[in-house]
Design a protein around this ligand. Structure first.
Ligand SMILES: [Zn+2]
Length: 249
């Protein structure tokens, strides 16, 4: 009788869904072999400033995305993610308040944007920043910006001199493009004159190293392919214009 009871208990204790064939990490949602959780900084970094990510819904579905690495590399409250195509919406609790704060800056390479390095550095007299980033492809980011008049009033900044992207697995639209994680790490390091890059980028490096050692091709950026004429498609007028504009920024 006891044996039977125990057997029933075992049965009740089984998960409703059979386990996945491949072990998936609970932390990053990736198969164990490509889990990047082990490379996260311990404890999470605690910059004085905050990063606020406005994320296009399509970005979340990409299989290689870096916002979660940033979110978990920073301590609680230092990275906020708001999802949508329009900002701010009613569901984006606290976002409007952040947008209207004087120490909020928007990383967006518009004609009005200023070089990030020219901003005063965080100190006893300079408040930490709220750094807003738009997470998505170029056309998505442009769409989000154009549809959000409240963002236009924020001081706009751009990163002019930064290292080449480490994120070689995912094709970057231009050589000047960095992933969300790289952008945030670079911007925080400049604004606070503290090196956050090495620790924040470690999960990304681990992931790229793994992919490369397992035969993934290193993608050159689209810009590189265009310049060396290896890009398969014929250049459209709009893309040409866009690349020219980028060069002039
Ligand atoms: Zn993991």
């Amino acid at each position: 009788m006891d044996d039977e009871n125990e057997a029933w208990n075992d049965l009740v204790g089984l998960p409703a869904e059979p386990p996945e064939m491949r072990d998936i990490c609970n932390g990053c949602g990736r198969p164990e072999v490509v889990c990047w959780c082990k490379s996260l900084p311990i404890p999470p970094l605690k910059p004085k400033s905050r990063v606020i990510i406005l994320q296009h819904p399509a970005e979340e579905k990409r299989c290689l995305r870096t916002a979660p690495m940033l979110m978990r590399g920073l301590s609680e409250g230092k990275c906020l993610i708001f999802k949508g195509k329009k900002f701010p919406q009613y569901k984006h609790t606290g976002l409007m308040e952040i947008i209207s704060m004087p120490n909020t800056i928007l990383l967006y390479p518009s004609k009005e944007s200023v070089d990030l390095t020219t901003l005063p550095k965080v100190s006893n007299t300079i408040l930490p920043y709220n750094l807003i980033l738009i997470d998505g492809t170029w056309p998505q980011a442009k769409g989000i910006y154009n549809n959000a008049p409240s963002l236009h009033k924020i001081t706009q900044v751009k990163l002019l001199h930064h290292p080449r992207s480490e994120y070689v697995i995912r094709t970057q639209p231009t050589d000047g493009c960095l992933s969300t994680l790289e952008t945030a790490a670079e911007a925080l390091s400049i604004l606070e004159e503290i090196n956050y890059r090495d620790e924040l980028l470690r999960p990304l490096k681990a992931l790229c190293d793994y992919q490369i050692s397992h035969g993934a091709v290193i993608h050159h950026s689209t810009e590189f392919k265009l310049k060396t004429k290896t890009y398969p498609k014929k250049l459209g007028k709009r893309l040409n214009k866009f690349l020219k504009e980028l060069d002039e920024l």
